[in-house]
Ligand binder design. Structure first.
Ligand code: VGL
Ligand code: ZN
Length: 224
């Protein structure tokens, strides 16, 4: 599905049972980072606006943070002879190998300094086990290990989650799909994400999969 085929929800009024999930807005995913997402920095002003909308209504804002040890098995550098982008699929790692990114404690793992992170209720870190990747903010890639996000949101009585950030076709996508499986009504804020599109066509494939899953599409001006 291409962007111009998306039907957007309009007139969203947020309430106490809504949460905003901002995925991986970290330096390494910005255009000058080690795993750059094209135009990844351009969504920051819009994300700051949606943060303000949620904050002023007293709603929950949660950040996710990719947070890998440098020995992480998703890094090509930990597989002699392999390069970033090479296909690689084993239990809990794959489908491709990545450049080193978001290494715990480094500047690349920090949130972009223009992001208004002080309004967030919580930061959920993921991808900390060297043997397990985690694209999703809910469930690591072994499909067993929870990050704690669903428990947090359930204990806050959250029913709907609104997802934005990076990257559209990886961490935002898996977070959205798992959100449905955990019982939340999921909205994907399309203009506040950007994708990697590896392999080529991945953005359009993941958009289609989300539509089939019943995820709603919104953009910044859907919010009243
Ligand atoms: C991501 C690849 C590897 C993401 C994280 O945030 O989309 N992608 N780690
Ligand atoms: Zn990662």
């Amino acid at each position: 599905m291409d962007f111009d085929e998306i039907k957007y929800v309009i007139d969203i009024t947020i309430s106490k049972t809504d949460a905003l999930i901002i995925v991986d807005m970290q330096n390494d995913f910005m255009p000058n980072g080690t795993l750059p997402v094209r135009e990844g920095n351009q969504i920051i002003p819009g994300i700051n606006q949606i943060i303000k909308i949620f904050y002023e209504k007293g709603e929950s804002i949660v950040l996710t943070q990719d947070w890998h040890p440098k020995t992480h098995k998703s890094f090509a550098s930990n597989h002699p002879g392999k390069n970033p982008g090479d296909k690689y699929q084993i239990e809990a790692i794959g489908p491709i190998l990545w450049p080193n990114h978001c290494i715990q404690g480094t500047n690349g793992a920090e949130f972009h300094n223009s992001l208004e992170i002080s309004y967030a209720r919580a930061i959920i870190r993921k991808g900390m086990n060297p043997e397990i990747d985690s694209f999703s903010g809910f469930l690591e890639y072994d499909k067993k290990t929870k990050t704690g996000l669903s428990g947090l949101l359930k204990s806050l009585n959250i029913k709907r989650v609104f997802i934005c950030g990076l990257a559209l076709d990886y961490c935002c996508y898996f977070t959205a799909m798992d959100g449905v499986d955990f019982g939340f009504k999921v909205y994907f804020i399309v203009d506040l994400t950007r994708g990697i599109d590896i392999p080529e066509g991945n953005i359009s494939q993941t958009l289609s999969n989300m539509k089939v899953k019943g995820i709603k599409f919104a953009n910044l001006n859907s919010f009243v």
